[in-house]
Every structure is written in C-alpha cells, then in structure tokens.
Design a protein around this ligand. Structure first.
Ligand SMILES: [Zn+2]
Length: 211
C-alpha cells in the first residue's frame, strides 16, 4: 500500500493538498497521476475538466452508465459529460470502496450541522478553478476516492469511516489534456474521514515515462 517506491524526475510533480483544502494541476495526454492518502482514512474528491476548445467535465453519471458499474474497475475509464474518455483507472492501491453517488460537501451541509463558514469541498473546488481562470456554469459531482459509502441492501446511503490505510492510493492515466482538481475532504464531525482531516498528495509522472 506504500507509494514511496515512485521516483519523481525533473518535470514530474508532487503536490500536497493540505487538510480541508483543494489544489489544481494541469496534466497532458498520457500522464500518470497517483492520488495518495498518506495518513489514511482521508477522502479525496477528484474532478477532471477539459478546458479547450470547449468546456467538458468528468461526469459520474455518464461513467456509471457507460461502464454499467457504480465505480470503474481497474482498466475501465472515467467519461465526460459528452461521453469522452478522460481518465483510465490503471491501479487501485487501496481497499476502496470509492463513491460516485455523493455530491461534494458544501457550505449548506455544514450549516445544517450548525457549523458556519466551515471549509468545504465545493468552495475549495471553485477557489482552485478561479486561480486557473476557469468559471463553471454549475458544479459537477466529484469522484469520492476512499469514501466508504456503498449502497446498503435496504437502499440506505450511509457514510461510514473510510477504511483506506496510510499510503493507500489510486492511479489514473490521462487520456487527453486535462485540468484536475483534488480536494482533501473537509468533513471533521462525521466518521467520513476517521478521527481528523489530513492531507492528500498528488503525484504526476509526465508521459511517456511510466511507473
Ligand atoms: Zn468534502
């Protein structure tokens, strides 16, 4: 489950997403991206956007439809709103499960719990996009990596503590040029992220190298 066997070279990237925040990174067709949960039990929300010539975005609904699965298995792809393959899941170095049913946490979720001005994944996404000069007509639902919320037999969607161990990771390959945003989920009062919110790491190995 450890990800520290990867040696990054000049041109590659290693980005820390501090707890309860978000970061963006532009990747190119063929780049390999590893999203690592160094401390364990930390959900990472992932978005992918095509920013030119026309805005398009990773759609969890299209991905469920095209793969006919709740979440891609290794070798399957994440698709855009227009049905274009954006990312391939090349390795799952975690026990999962991952979620593609929940939206990002937002300001209102925390306000319902009596918490005001609380950090949240939606605002962290929009801030990261603002810094990239990208404005969205709406906020797509993210891929909730390491989120332990599988549908129950009776239809309930209960969020349970993440079971991702320290160093658990997911590796994807970019199938076109993309703007990625990753947030380290801000939920700090629910079992979602274990005992406390921690950081997420993004590693990018530039094409044509491989892991
Ligand atoms: Zn969140």
């Amino acid at each position: 489950m450890q990800s520290n066997s990867v040696k990054l070279e000049p041109g590659d990237l290693s980005i820390v997403v501090p707890a309860q925040s978000g970061r963006s990174v532009r990747v190119s067709d063929g780049d390999i991206i590893r999203i690592v949960d160094p401390k364990g039990q930390q959900v990472a929300d992932l978005w992918a956007f095509v920013t030119s010539p026309q805005l398009d975005w990773l759609s969890t609904a299209q991905t469920r439809d095209i793969n006919e699965r709740l979440f891609p298995k290794v070798g399957e792809r994440f698709y855009s709103d227009r049905g274009v393959p954006l990312l391939t899941l090349v390795e799952d170095g975690s026990p999962g499960p991952h979620d593609m049913l929940f939206p990002a946490c937002n300001r209102e979720l925390y306000e319902r719990a009596g918490l005001y001005d609380h950090p949240n994944c939606r605002d962290n996404l929009l801030l990261a996009l603002q810094e990239e000069g990208v404005a969205l007509p709406f906020v797509p639902d993210p891929v909730d990596l390491f989120q332990n919320s599988p549908p129950q037999p009776d239809g309930r969607l209960e969020v349970l503590p993440s079971i991702n161990p320290p160093g658990g990771y997911v590796t994807v390959r970019a199938e076109c040029d993309l703007l990625l945003v990753v947030t380290a989920c801000s939920v700090d009062f629910h079992p979602t992220n274990g005992e406390c919110c921690t950081e997420i790491e993004i590693e990018v190995v530039r094409s044509p190298r491989s892991w």
